[in-house]
Design a protein around this ligand. Structure first.
Ligand code: CA
Ligand code: CA
Length: 303
């Protein structure tokens, strides 16, 4: 199994990235990811303003997938996310949903033991997830710093991007050029205070290619849902995009009128907040598999 080491990182998703490894569809790889601070924070007495902000949000990669061409889908199965035994959470004045109420910066080093993060005596069962994962964007979409989410993926901070889930990305450039980082041992929907439990990890992925199928925004498949992950300048923009895609997928798969797909979405689709603290906000529209299976949804995508 090829291992992509954690010292091979990018800070921008852009169309002409240099890859660090080539793999074939069907291959299983291990990707070593750094925490979002590039491990610069390890002690609660550190001063947050003294770290190098140019090193934040490294994404390991990118990986070139043989045969991937613009207009294909990249399928990324998350087999496992093994996190280290210690993570970092922080509060920064002005950041997060309640940034105006923050009186001082704090750093918290939180240990993970026997599958739980323990904080102030509260045992939190960890659910490791990948914060940043994406592919090279379209040239016309410009360059995206790794701290931002968009159509190529990026900093989606979506807790359903976890072991057992499968992601689908639009391939925009030859080789797709996949990179990832910023794992969290646990995070609630919203990422309220601006961090999850930030932690280095070893991520095992199986990468596959689905030829000649196109999507506008990434999808994540869980046991019960296919979710459209969309981002916008505010929650309303993100909700509009995610909903519009979800209704379109239902219409195309069930071959019903758009208005009926809209009704069906209103009855069955859940809108969930992924995060509200990044440069763009992210939501997901969760389509239950009993409405349409992921397989059928993808089969019915147009080119
Ligand atoms: Ca993040
Ligand atoms: Ca993070």
């Amino acid at each position: 199994m090829k291992v992509i080491p954690s010292n091979k990182v990018i800070y921008k998703f852009k169309y002409d990235l240099d890859y660090v490894e080539r793999i074939s569809p069907g291959e299983v790889i291990e990707v070593e990811t750094n925490d979002c601070f590039f491990q610069q924070i390890f002690d609660e007495t550190q001063v947050l303003t003294e770290i190098d902000y140019d090193m934040l949000n490294p994404a390991t990669g990118p990986v070139y997938v043989e045969g991937a061409e613009p207009g294909d889908l990249l399928q990324v199965k998350i087999i496992s996310i093994d996190v280290e035994d210690k993570g970092i959470a922080a509060v920064v004045p002005g950041e997060g949903v309640l940034g105006d109420q923050v009186t001082k910066p704090i750093i918290r080093v939180i240990h993970v033991k026997d599958g739980c993060a323990v904080f102030h005596g509260v045992k939190l069962p960890i659910q490791p997830m990948i914060g940043v994962i994406g592919v090279a964007p379209k040239k016309e979409d410009g360059e995206w710093a790794t701290d931002s989410p968009w159509k190529h993926g990026g900093n989606m901070d979506t807790k359903d991007i976890k072991a057992g889930s499968t992601l689908y990305f639009p391939v925009n450039q030859r080789g797709a050029l996949l990179a990832l980082g910023d794992c969290h041992a646990i995070m609630g929907d919203g990422e309220i205070c601006f961090t999850g439990l930030e932690i280095p990890a070893k991520v095992t992925l199986e990468i596959n290619l689905i030829k000649d199928k196109n999507i506008k925004w990434p999808l994540v498949e869980t046991d019960e849902y296919t979710m459209v992950i969309a981002s916008g300048d505010d929650l309303e923009d993100a909700v509009y995009e995610a909903t519009s895609q979800a209704v379109g997928h239902i219409k195309d798969s069930l071959k019903i009128e758009w208005e009926d797909a809209y009704v069906l979405a209103s009855l069955a689709v859940d809108l969930k907040i992924s995060q509200v603290v990044d440069p763009k906000m992210t939501v997901r529209a969760a389509i239950p598999k009993y409405v349409v299976s992921t397989e059928k949804l993808i089969e019915d995508l147009t080119k």
